[in-house]
Ligand binder design. Structure first.
Ligand SMILES: C[S@@+](CC[C@H](N)C(=O)[O-])C[C@H]1O[C@@H](n2cnc3c(N)ncnc32)[C@H](O)[C@@H]1O
Length: 319
């Protein structure tokens, strides 16, 4: 893996936790900020900061807390993301790929989708781009580049196919990143983007404590909960043409699925780093977080529990 200042080198899913987490997964775009803040904390520990100022101590505590939260979030979600495949999460995009295309996967994460996309365009080159990119062991023909999608380290018109799954929903403003994608798209290139729309969940039975839990999760995210429904418009606004969109539902509707969702959330709402962050931000008290956790436990024990949502998917062209 290389960072954006260096030259690149080559190097089954059922429900996944992004779905299980009811949308609060990955405050991903904060990862970079957390890393920078962490670096500041380490610098402080090396004694390079002026010691003793109360403001600096508070800042250090804030930055440590932010870093701890980001680390906990990543630890919880990344293994589930690694279960995704091109077949499970890019089926809408695969028909547009042809051998020989140069492909970019923006926000590739653990790279399990990237590996499948790479197989579809081989022997064309595939590049996975992320603030923290990875690849499944044994994957060939993929170059990983550590970079910010707002500032892609590639010349104009580099790629024939561009993909982004569950990236845009975590950006405070997806449009600049899509404009950057348009810049690196060759004439005639195809782009495929997929995001959950977390403002459109269905849940039964309703519980006011769960309503509060969704509100807290929305605050823990950076991006808009309505990104999914905006994908077609965002692609068009970024300069792509002939844009089309669709949605596919996911659900938790049998005992195993509802238990998995409930267990994840029972645990999430009692994760110390999550509680610490929510309480510090004043979004809820520790007692309220415990009640939200209990609500998920109660929900999981309901024989009629049901949860559903949408992955929204859009295709566009660089005409
Ligand atoms: C929810 S994960 C999705 C990973 C993968 N696409 C998937 O669907 O399994 C979002 C990814 O976007 C990355 N990311 C967030 N903001 C980014 C940015 N500004 N530049 C590059 N990558 C970013 C995160 O590091 C994370 O790996």
């Amino acid at each position: 893996m290389v960072n954006r200042h260096d030259a690149p080198r080559t190097s089954n899913a059922g429900r996944d936790e992004e779905e299980c987490a009811a949308g609060f997964c990955c405050r991903c775009s904060n990862l970079r900020a957390a890393i920078i803040l962490w670096a500041s904390v380490r610098q402080d520990r090396c004694g390079e900061w002026q010691a003793g100022a109360v403001g600096q101590v508070e800042l250090r505590q804030d930055t440590e807390m932010a870093f701890n939260f980001e680390q906990a979030r990543k630890d919880r979600h990344r293994p589930a993301h690694a279960l995704r495949t091109a077949e499970s999460h890019a089926a809408f995009f695969l028909p547009y790929l042809k051998p020989g295309m140069a492909l970019a996967d923006l926000g590739c994460g653990p790279g399990s989708i990237t590996a499948g996309l790479a197989a579809a365009v081989a022997p064309g080159p595939t590049t996975g781009i992320d603030l923290d990119p990875g690849l499944p062991a044994g994957t060939n023909g993929v170059t990983l580049v550590q970079a910010d999608v707002h500032e892609l380290p590639f010349p104009d018109a580099t790629f024939d196919a561009i993909f982004a799954c569950a990236l845009l929903q975590h950006l405070s403003d997806p449009l600049p990143a899509l404009r950057e994608a348009r810049r690196v798209a060759r004439h005639g290139a195809v782009i495929g983007v997929a995001d959950i729309d977390s403002a459109g969940y269905l849940i039964a039975p309703v519980d006011p404590r769960l309503t509060s839990a969704f509100e807290v999760n929305a605050k823990l995210r950076v991006g808009s909960p309505q990104t999914g429904r905006r994908l077609r418009a965002l692609l068009h606004e970024a300069g792509f043409r002939r844009c089309v969109a669709q949605a596919r539902a996911f659900h938790h509707g049998d005992p195993a699925e509802t238990k998995a969702l409930a267990d994840f959330n029972v645990s999430w709402f009692t994760t110390p780093e999550v509680v610490q962050r929510v309480v510090a931000q004043g979004w809820a008290t520790a007692e309220e977080m415990a009640q939200m956790s209990a609500a998920w436990r109660d929900w999981g024990e309901q024989p009629g529990a049901f949860f559903a949502g949408f992955w929204c998917e859009a295709i566009g062209w660089a005409d």
